[in-house]
Design a binder for this molecule. Structure first.
Ligand code: SF4
Ligand code: SF4
Length: 432
């Protein structure tokens, strides 16, 4: 293929991508990453979460056969990553089989776990599978841990489990382990001790988020005015610490930077809906909907965990949740749901996010900052593309004029027939 032709084709492809709407992008990119709730059961009693009160497991989680056939379908759709969540995913007796099946399919795995049930053989299998394991811990000592997680005497066991998996990782030279800490009033004093603890456990990273969600004021677990100065100071120090050369990575959710920079107001922090006002002021599209979906333990498909209200009481959040359920994999294939009318109409509503329609969902979404960053770049590239097209246009006009000039008849003689014919042909070709 001639170089010019290749260049034009590339330009056309870039134009297509930058001008796509979200349903079209979702069909180009496909469901690359799926969050899969493999059980509703949980063995902890966290104060910020009603999940453990759900009685819905009596209706049954997806069976192993359901999941295997889902994995077959996802592999055929070129899904590259599955995030196992729950409830507590390790409560599933067939967990190892699920991992082995995904290994056969070549799909990468992330597990979010509270770490209480991680046995050596499961840890070895996960590490040999090069999986990412995220331990949700939230405290470096048993007093704080049990206050938040509602169970006493478990932290020593969890630390032991993390240590063991760290050893396996070292010997296998595979896998990625991180410890997650959700900053909340009860553990605000513990942020840096948690980092010190993580350093002793051969983990790769320690990650920090902040408690949020529409339910936190009502549950009395969110931040109040008296906490805010200390919270902001702690986050600023954490950002400083992150810039140091540390033995392990420190990962911070983008909303933490936004709090430190004052972008998230005190009212937003206290309400748990961190970004409602930002979405109103500076709307951006949701880019999650082009590559991601959540499938719950009943097989229902949602855009993300926020839209699933995963920490809220099952019954009282049912109406909110049902509004954003796009189908069930028992009734349709996942592919039909992914490309279906319900998911696509939602995608259209998400470009940009219509926050008034979904205040409790998207106002809760720290990914706002990722979207904003990416969207600002897309806008920048669109400007560049416009510039390229404007220049193509002016260059084409010069070429057209030069060609017309070639076939113009000299003023001292009558035009030859081919001259006016050619001029007509050129005008037709340059009709843009
Ligand atoms: S936050 Fe996680 S570990 Fe705690 S009760 Fe809810 S699902 Fe269980
Ligand atoms: S909460 Fe809203 S903006 Fe955030 S990922 Fe979900 S659908 Fe997208």
């Amino acid at each position: 293929m001639a170089r010019e032709e290749k260049l034009l084709q590339t330009l056309q492809k870039i134009t297509n991508i930058l001008n796509q709407d979200l349903p079209q992008l979702a069909s180009i990119i496909g469901p690359k990453s799926i969050q899969l709730e493999i059980t509703n059961l949980c063995n902890l009693r966290c104060i910020m979460c009603d999940r453990w009160k759900w009685d819905t497991h009596l209706q049954g989680d997806l069976t192993k056969e359901d999941l295997f056939s889902l994995f077959d379908e996802l592999a055929s759709l070129n899904t590259q990553h599955i995030l196992f969540s729950g409830g507590e995913p390790l409560l599933r007796p067939d967990f190892k089989e699920l991992v082995q099946y995904l290994n056969q399919k070549g799909i990468a795995i992330t597990l979010i776990t509270n770490g209480t049930l991680l046995t050596e053989d499961i840890a070895t299998l996960l590490i040999k599978s090069d999986a990412t394991i995220i331990f949700s811990v939230d405290g470096s000592n048993d007093a704080i841990y049990s206050q938040i997680r509602g169970r006493e005497g478990l932290l020593t066991k969890i630390i032991e489990n993390i240590k063991n998996v760290g050893k396996i990782k070292k010997s296998e030279k595979k896998g990625f382990i991180s410890m997650h800490f959700v900053i909340q009033p009860f553990n605000l004093e513990d942020v840096f001790s948690f980092f010190e603890l993580a350093k002793t456990l051969s983990v790769d990273a320690v990650s920090y988020g902040i408690i949020h969600g529409p339910h936190i004021p009502e549950k009395g677990v969110g931040f109040k005015d008296e906490h805010l100065p200390h919270l902001k100071k702690t986050i600023s120090e954490l950002i400083k610490l992150q810039k140091n050369k540390n033995d392990i990575q420190i990962e911070l959710r983008p909303e933490l930077y936004a709090i430190a920079e004052g972008q998230i107001t005190s009212d937003a922090l206290k309400s748990g809906l961190l970004v409602t006002e930002l979405f109103k002021k500076d709307p951006v599209p949701c880019l999650t909907v082009i590559y991601w979906a959540l499938i719950d333990a009943f097989g229902d498909v949602y855009p993300c965990c926020y839209a699933y209200f995963d920490n809220l009481d099952y019954e009282s959040a049912k109406n909110l949740r049902n509004r954003l359920c796009f189908g069930n994999i028992h009734q349709s294939s996942f592919q039909e749901i992914w490309y279906g009318q319900k998911f696509n109409s939602f995608r259209k509503m998400m470009n940009p996010v219509q926050i008034e329609n979904y205040p409790k969902v998207c106002g809760n979404c720290g990914s706002y900052f990722f979207f904003k960053e990416k969207w600002d770049r897309v806008i920048h590239f669109r400007e560049k593309l416009k510039y390229i097209y404007e220049n193509i246009e002016s260059n084409l006009v010069s070429i057209r004029n030069a060609l017309l000039n070639c076939f113009a008849s000299p003023i001292d003689r009558a035009p030859r027939p081919y001259e006016s014919e050619m001029a007509q042909v050129i005008r037709k070709i340059f009709d843009f």
